[in-house]
Ligand binder design. Sequence first.
Ligand code: BJW
Length: 250
Amino acid sequence: MLSDTEMQVAQALRQAKRVTVLTGAGISAESGLPTFRDPLTGYWSKFRPADLATPVAFRRDPELVWRWYCERRSAARAAKPNAGHLAITKLQSIVPDVTIVTQNVDGLHQAAGSTGVIELHGSIHSIRCFDRDHAMDLNQEDDSPDRHPACPQCGSLARPGVVWFGEMLPDEALARSIAAASACDVMLVVGTSGIVQPAASLGSRALTHGAFVAVVNPDPRSVMPGGLFLEGPAGTVLPGILEAAWPDSK
Ligand code: BJW
């Protein structure tokens, strides 16, 4: 039995021509990947972001950072998309214009079959060189915590293709996300604490432009101002809303 709020979101989706979905680490939690800020299991409950997710940290201890990202890459590769990722893929197959903007680096939206995914914080599955941003191939033998590859062009060490604190987001990804937030009829904000900028501002941007904004999260502290709040895990809430919006679709 869906709540009134869930029915409102289902109705808004049914009428929408353009939908933008902004996701964060919470959507991959049900695939077994930790979030960042869960007080018990989140990465930042065990490690300091300043030791692992900044250019200064990499300069200070490149091997530590490389090892951490190798472990996370291996976990991301082993993970399978869950019902939340699959519901978003299904939404893309029903509504003609659905843009997925993710802060996640794990590739699980793509593994679920979603297309045109905008990766605001890059991808853990790519590497480039630290000094000069030369793209590097991540071949199997290099993908090891014990072997830190160097750039064949300039000799600088490899780093993960993600966006660390203090770094600019990829220009094109950010511009496309801002455009998608500004032009959508409905925005779903799924599994993000809404703390990290500039991604966190996309929900308010959508609201300012008149979109219907709904937040899906088990933790009510992540409510975005003005948006409707659907309390619960993405893997339950999203399939429920889709089922209510399009009961006849498989
Ligand atoms: C579920 C669930 C289930 C659980 N279903 N939900 C303006 C003001 C203040 C500061 C700044 C600002 N502009 C820029 C900054 C600085 C900084 C920033 O925002 N700092 C904040 C901490 C305040 N931003 C940056 O540095 C960005 N760069 C930038 O803006 O450049 C220009 C600039 C630079 C410097 C100064 C000013 C301007 C870059 C940000 C890069 C973030 N990088 C990371 C690491 C990426 C690589 C990696 O994966 O290792 O990105 S940090 C980490 O946080 C990761 C995430 O993408 C990001 C967001 O986290 P997310 O996804 O929201 O996860 P959680 O854990 O926070 O939340 C999970 C949620 O899921 C929770 O709410 C749960 O309840 C929920 N949940 N189970 C649904 N089953």
